[in-house]
Design a protein around this ligand. Structure first.
Ligand code: Q9C
Ligand code: ZN
Length: 674
């Protein structure tokens, strides 16, 4: 199952015909440079191209009023003067004789994408469209948008395919107020948006873009706004919000379909957003979302006005949808104070609606929540950027490194009687393994016994890690006699042989080989049920859950609240995922974890499992091949003990691990000013 790309040159055939400083950034080249970059990088060729079509009147009416549609219908026949006049009744938008045609194609493209994904023709996809959609309202064009492509697509999916729950993630730097209005009282559509807000000083300057607009009536809790009150937000700020807010809520919601308002004006260099996240952050945002809903993700272009940044970001998104390994994230220094204030406010506003947020801290006691009002009283933007600061337009940033998929996607070390799953390569020790290494293995791990099968398995394992290190193999799986021995063996080998960083994620209770050095070359995170009070080292983190890995909600809470942020901050070059016998983790949870961990170390994940868990080889291998993991179902509330336990641990560790912070309280270590 592939990735759809929907694009038609026709949508470049309208432009601003008069002088309007507010609209001059919305140019046809936005689409051509994006598409050309996909072609140049060989990505367009790897996608399944689906033609656009015009949305029908009935489809447009799913999100718009008849009067508005009829009014827009007249625009192709208007004179320049009439178009100008017509435009005046709306905010920050322009009309052109061909824009109605393009707007029908843009909405139709989103619907074609939904059709492709819902019928199983493709797994996921992206539609490159103009005009964008998320600002347009039931009866009004706004912010370069004519029809609300994504809102129409969500209604269409519900109507045509009986989709019960749709998640809309709006990572554009502007608030998609049109989408918010469209689903405000609808609990079947969860709308998430982060946006430049600056205490209501930034366009569209709406009171209802703030964190306390949570949805209305039955839809209360299903509208999530993250206002950015400063410019210059970075990768860490975006990832913090994903780990500590969006992902836990999204997994609790359990959508049947994910739609992304994929605007790239939230990336570095954009004149509108003035943010500092690098284009490769979109690889991570995409990766983190693409295992919800069984992988059914449709990304629809919204904004993005720096042509270089836009094209790079589009490529990162599409390449991730295609399943290429994600790049190691750059410069994760931890969230800034302002981002933490926003995160704290949103988590607190939503804690009554989502059980994963039930333990969230109170609103900040400082004047943050009232700051907006004070600013309004002053009538002045009190937080103007300091003079002399570099303007974001002439920011420079490195081109994202080329993402090389290794020749072998997944290699397995298996006993002879276990079949190798489809799409994987059976791996056995190559002869070029240093005999010294082999004798050392025998000495340290087999107590000089003559168990030649075990020696071969361990040698193969070491040789596999080396091939992963050389980027010849992406991921691996080994079925071994004793996972504890195999784990110790890999940890020791990597600590002596390489200068790299190893993240060990241990599922179930296990004896972690000590000592885990203080040198930071290995970080061990263990999720089990045994109470372990001694935290041996900064780099050994035991997470204790009452039911161990049996309780899905508790486990997921630990994954998003601890494992992912720790992993991002640690930035390993290899991930070792160890499944202890009797861990109790169910297949679908295990698969989710396996896929999520591939966001680190360019997808270099090595899984260790014990011989008698043969039945799990197939599902694990399929996750290592990036097949979408099965949805977990709507999650119940985690056990209160677990919620508290995870929270206590997070609080204890946040002084040393900045990405674990969820509040801006100074005693919690605070965040750095950007
Ligand atoms: N300084 C989208 O990104 N305001 N729309 C322009 C110029 C309007 C953005 C002000 C921004 C609209 C889809
Ligand atoms: Zn935008």
């Amino acid at each position: 199952m592939g990735t759809a790309l929907i694009y038609d040159e026709e949508m470049t055939k309208y432009k601003l015909l008069w002088v309007d400083p507010a609209c001059k950034i919305e140019v046809p080249e936005r689409l051509t440079v994006s598409h050309e970059a996909l072609v140049k990088n060989g990505l367009a060729d790897r996608c399944i191209s689906i033609p656009v079509r015009e949305a029908t009147d009935a489809e447009i009416l799913l999100a718009h009023s008849e009067e508005y549609l009829e009014a827009v219908k007249k625009t192709p026949h208007m004179s320049l003067e009439d178009l100008k006049e017509f435009t005046l009744q709306y905010g920050d938008v322009y009309f052109h004789p061909n824009i109605y045609h393009c707007a029908k194609l843009a909405a139709g493209a989103a619907l074609q994408l939904v059709d492709g994904v819902m019928t199983g023709k493709v797994r996921n996809g992206m539609a490159l469209v103009r005009p964008p959609g998320h600002h347009s309202m039931r009866s009004a064009a706004n912010g370069f948008c004519v029809f609300n492509n994504v809102a129409i697509a969500a209604r269409y999916a519900k109507q045509k395919y009986g989709v019960k729950r749709v998640l809309i993630v709006d990572w554009d730097v502007h608030h998609g107020q049109g989408v918010q209005y469209s689903f405000e009282d609808d609990p079947s559509v969860l709308y998430f948006s982060w946006h430049r807000y600056e205490h209501q000083q930034f366009w569209p300057q709406l009171r209802e873009s703030d964190y306390d607009s949570v949805g209305k009536e039955k839809g209360a809790g299903f509208n999530i706004n993250v206002p950015w009150n400063k410019v210059g937000m970075e990768n860490s700020d975006y990832l913090s919000v994903f780990c500590h807010l969006l992902l836990p809520v999204a997994y609790e919601f359990c959508p049947d379909l994910v739609l992304v308002c994929a605007g790239f004006d939230s990336a570095i260099g954009d004149p509108e957003g003035e943010m500092c996240a690098s284009p490769d952050i979109f690889a991570h945002l995409t990766h983190l979302l693409m295992n919800l809903a069984g992988g059914k993700l449709c990304a629809v272009l919204e904004g993005g006005y720096n042509l270089t940044s836009l094209a790079q970001s589009v490529c990162q998104t599409v390449q991730t949808l295609l399943g290429d390994p994600v790049p190691r994230p750059a410069k994760l220094s931890g969230p800034c104070k302002s981002a933490l204030e926003s995160l704290q406010c949103v988590r607190s506003a939503h804690r009554q609606y989502w059980s994963c947020l039930r333990h969230a801290a109170d609103l900040p006691t400082s004047d943050i929540s009232t700051k907006r009002l004070k600013l309004t009283e002053e009538g002045e933007n009190a937080e103007k950027k300091e003079e002399g600061e570099q303007s974001t337009q002439d920011q420079v940033w490195p081109e994202p490194p080329e993402r090389m998929a290794p020749p072998v996607r997944c290699a397995l070390v298996l006993p002879d009687d276990v079949a190798c799953p489809h799409g994987c390569r059976r791996f056995s020790c190559s002869d070029d393994l240093d005999p010294l290494v082999v004798s050392k293995l025998r000495e340290s791990f087999l107590k000089d016994s003559d168990d030649s099968d075990s020696l071969t398995a361990l040698s193969s394992l070491i040789s596999l890690t080396e091939k992963m290190e050389e980027n010849e193999i992406c991921s691996g799986l080994a079925l071994v006699r004793d996972v504890t021995v195999a784990m110790a063996c890999v940890i020791q080998h990597l600590a002596t042989a390489l200068s790299n960083r190893l993240l060990v994620v241990c599922v179930g209770d296990c004896e972690v080989p000590s000592p885990i050095g203080e040198d930071g070359r290995t970080l061990v995170v263990q999720i089990g049920s045994q109470e372990t009070n001694d935290q041996k080292s900064k780099y050994y983190i035991p997470v204790c859950l009452k039911e161990g890995c049996r309780d899905t909600s508790g486990f997921i809470q630990a994954v998003f609240g601890l494992v992912l942020p720790l992993g991002y901050e640690y930035d390993p070059s290899l991930v070792l995922l160890v499944r202890m016998p009797g861990s109790g983790v169910c297949d679908s949870v295990w698969q989710q974890l396996t896929v999520l961990l591939q966001g680190f170390a360019q997808g270099h994940t090595l899984v260790l499992m014990q011989e008698d868990e043969k039945a799990c080889v197939g599902p694990t291998a399929s996750s290592l091949l990036w097949d979408p993991a099965p949805p977990l179902g709507q999650l119940q509330a985690p056990l209160p003990e677990d919620v508290e336990g995870v929270e206590r641990l997070r609080q204890k560790l946040q002084a040393e691990w900045k990405l674990l912070q969820t509040t801006a309280a100074p005693e919690a270590g605070g965040g750095d000013e950007h």
